[in-house]
Unconditional design. Structure first.
Length: 753
């Protein structure tokens, strides 16, 4: 259609782009704002996600309700609501009374609703509403393609926040910038209303323009709901699956969400041919990559991570393309988007909230892949039954025979499985994959073959481990305790990342391992605690793990451990799993909760040494490293106390953060670069980087015996200067960006076992 036949199309596209951009800017911005107030507990972000999805669903419901009125009345109501919501600007955190004990689950959503509820609600409604107004002109044509513009704006907002906005602007400036964007959006909405002031709603346009279609049946609406729910859940489960069992790459959550949004851009655009091609290859991709979805050990590489993201893109585009194909006539446009939004909520609830409660592993990921196989269009790749001119009954029998062969191959793979795809296992895996391709035309057979492939490729081991009691899951991750008799070791894995290790032979089981060996920064510091602060030294430990550090405790010392995950406390306290705590510090009090919030509640000047070891794999607890957080630690420390921070990381070089903090405070700082493994070949030690900071240079000299040059970094017990970076900006609650300290070259490496 020409531009002349579609008056002011650019105006509606621009309005939708701006509104969607603002929505995906405000989410991470508010998350940064509330981080110091609420801490970094996943329950907080699950609550935030629920609030966002509920507000989005409410906005779509409001847009659907508004469609019953004439465009003039819709415009007056909507612009008036925009002006009322402006009372909540600029964006900030509401001042409400703190929660009582046990009321946090209700208080967090209340805080977010009070802070941004009205603004988020009204902005979320503009995408479906602008499409409805666009269609009010009989010459405008199909408005559904505008949904592609909506998701393009969302994608731009999502990517630009960590890449451009957060590194460039403090939170106060971000808030005012967002307010300016909101004002622009109000003007654009008003202009769009003026452009359609004498138009009619799509359900009142003449039958020549809009099909006279009855209201979709409940069955059709349920079909929409399920098709929308699966990509939403798969987006979240892919994020969990990658960070739990593939590679703990920072900012990884941006990629699946960005891919999810891009799938809408393609499916709801005029790129029909591309959508058809993606739909055609989707079943094959589902077999090739989805067949690995039950694998819980081995193969964790960037290649598999990229393959998982590619599968998400292909499946989401195919399903959203199918959803676009099933779209109703224009008079049911807002109902369609309302049910799509509800499907997104259902998928999100399943993957983000219910799955961690129901499963001890990320089973939601393979389940959603199977659900995708049940819903995807399945265009036959090789119509062999037609080529062979088989009768339908004969073709079904042949399909049953092929599934039976796949089942036999699955049994052989299970019996021969050794943790990797090799030899006969790989041969049978390829055979089942090829059988699956032949069965794409039969949905029941295709789904069954995909499930058999999942079970054969390590899936049986994953399922069997759920019945051993060795694995447990919380909102913080999946933890597995495994014995290695040949090495005389018991290991705690967080996903596939080593999270703790204890030697099982009685003579060595109290020896600290991994990052906490006697030559590590923390080992050297805790060993000297008595000499530094006396026999009654007060020690604070943030991050429990398997309890490894407990065996540095000496009689008379007063220890307090801070741990955010109650499940981790249960593991460390169970002598059947790990005995560091029971052997060395069984009476040590453990404070459960976000470390920053809990340390702020401690008496001033309590600790002689405070150890911060709060990383979960390679994820940075950013709110624990800002100026305000270090100020909380300073208050909890005695005037000559030592702050020790663990910064070992494969993706972030955090030395400049702490070097700048030390410079700004006038503190003395040094780093211990421990090479880790001992010369006797024992593999229970890990290289580590620990930074010591103190306000008293004399105390640092007592600890280090004198800071060495960088050339002596590997020398036993050597502490070396921190690497400062000229021009590096100090991290605060108002401004902190991880991009300047991201080690880009590390992103292509393989994750640690």
């Amino acid at each position: 259609m020409t531009e002349g036949a579609s008056p002011r199309r650019w105006l509606f596209v621009l309005t939708i782009l701006v509104g969607s951009f603002l929505l995906f800017q405000v989410q991470p911005m508010v998350a940064r704002m509330v981080l110091p107030k609420l801490g970094g507990a996943p329950a907080v972000w699950n609550s935030a996600m629920l609030v966002y999805q509920a507000l989005l669903l409410g906005g779509y419901a409001y847009a659907h309700w508004l469609g019953r009125f004439a465009v003039q009345r819709q415009a007056m109501i909507h612009v008036a609501l925009f002006l009322v919501a402006a009372l909540w600007l600029p964006i900030g955190i509401a001042q409400i009374a703190p929660p009582g004990p046990g009321q946090e689950a209700l208080w967090v959503p209340l805080l977010l609703l009070a802070s941004i509820g009205p603004v988020f609600f009204v902005v979320s409604a503009q995408a479906p509403l602008m499409q409805r107004w666009f269609a009010a002109d009989a010459r405008a044509g199909d408005p559904y393609y505008l949904y592609a513009a909506s998701n393009l704006g969302s994608f731009a907002g999502l990517i630009s926040y960590p890449a451009l906005v957060e590194p460039s602007l403090p939170l106060a400036a971000q808030s005012w910038g967002w307010t300016a964007g909101y004002a622009l959006l109000v003007l654009l909405v008003a202009a769009s209303a003026a452009a359609r002031w004498h138009g009619r709603a799509p359900d009142t346009v003449s039958e020549a323009t809009v099909a006279d279609e009855p209201r979709p049946t409940w069955r059709r609406q349920l079909h929409w709901l399920l098709i929308a729910a699966v990509p939403s859940g798969l987006m979240l489960s892919t994020t969990t699956h990658l960070t739990t069992d593939i590679v703990a790459m920072p900012l990884l959550w941006v990629l699946p969400l960005g891919i999810y949004l891009l799938s809408f851009v393609i499916a709801f655009s005029t790129m029909d041919r591309l959508t058809e091609v993606i739909t055609f290859i989707a079943p094959t991709v589902l077999l090739a990559v989805g067949g690995l979805a039950l694998l819980s050990s081995g193969g964790g590489s960037m290649m598999i991570a990229l393959a998982s993201l590619a599968m998400l893109f292909v499946v989401a585009t195919a399903l959203h393309g199918y959803l676009y194909h099933l779209r109703p006539a224009l008079q049911h446009l807002t109902l369609f988007y309302l049910i799509m939004s509800a499907g997104g909520v259902v998928g999100g609830l399943f993957a983000a909230l219910f799955a961690p409660l129901l499963f001890d592993w990320v089973y939601e990921h393979p389940l959603l892949i199977l659900a995708a196989a049940m819903l995807l269009p399945l265009p036959t790749l090789f119509p062999w039954d037609k080529w062979l001119k088989l009768e339908p009954r004969t073709a079904r029998l042949a399909a049953v025979l092929l599934v039976t062969i796949a089942a036999f191959g699955c049994l052989r793979m299970v019996s021969d499985w050794s943790g990797i795809l090799d030899g006969a296992v790989a041969a049978w895996g390829i055979a089942i994959f090829l059988i699956g391709i032949l069965l794409i035309g039969w949905r029941w057979a295709f789904v069954a073959t995909l499930a058999l492939l999942m079970i054969g490729v390590g899936g049986w081991d994953t399922v069997r481990e759920s019945f051993t009691g060795a694995r447990v899951r919380s909102y913080f991750g999946v933890y597995t305790v495994t014995d290695y008799p040949a090495q005389q070791q018991r290991r705690l894995a967080h996903g596939t990342t080593l999270h703790g290790l204890q030697r099982t032979d009685p003579a060595h089981r109290r020896e600290p391992t991994t990052y906490y060996g006697p030559k590590s920064g923390v080992g050297l510091t805790l060993a000297k605690a008595e000499a530094l602060a006396g026999p009654d030294a007060s020690i604070g430990i943030v991050g429990l793990g398997a309890g490894t550090l407990a065996c540095y405790r000496k009689p008379g010392q007063r220890w307090t451990i801070f741990e955010i995950d109650p499940v981790m406390v249960d593991i460390a306290r169970d002598p059947a799993k790990f005995t560091f705590l029971s052997d060395c510090a069984g009476d040590t009090p453990i404070v459960i909760g976000d470390a920053r919030l809990k340390i702020a509640e401690q008496p001033a000047g309590r600790f002689d040494v405070l150890v911060i070891d709060a990383f979960s794999s390679d994820a940075i607890p950013l709110h624990l490293l800002t100026k305000e957080a270090i100020g909380i630690y300073q208050r909890a420390l005695k005037p000559d106390g030592i702050l020790l921070i663990h910064i070992s990381n494969r993706f972030f070089g955090l030395e400049p953060v702490l070097a700048e903090e030390a410079r700004a405070r006038g503190w003395t700082a040094a780093i211990r670069l421990d090479p880790g493994p001992s010369e006797d070949g024992i593999d229970d030690l890990t290289a580590s980087n620990w930074v010591a900071l103190t306000a008293t240079p004399q105390r640092m000299a007592q600890l280090t015996g004198g800071v060495q040059s960088r050339g002596n970094a590997a020398q036993d017990g050597a502490w070396v200067p921190l690497e400062a970076r000229p021009g590096f900006e100090r991290w605060t609650d108002d401004y902190a960006s991880t991009l300047p300290v991201l080690m880009w070259g590390s992103l292509i490496g393989k994750r640690d076992e």
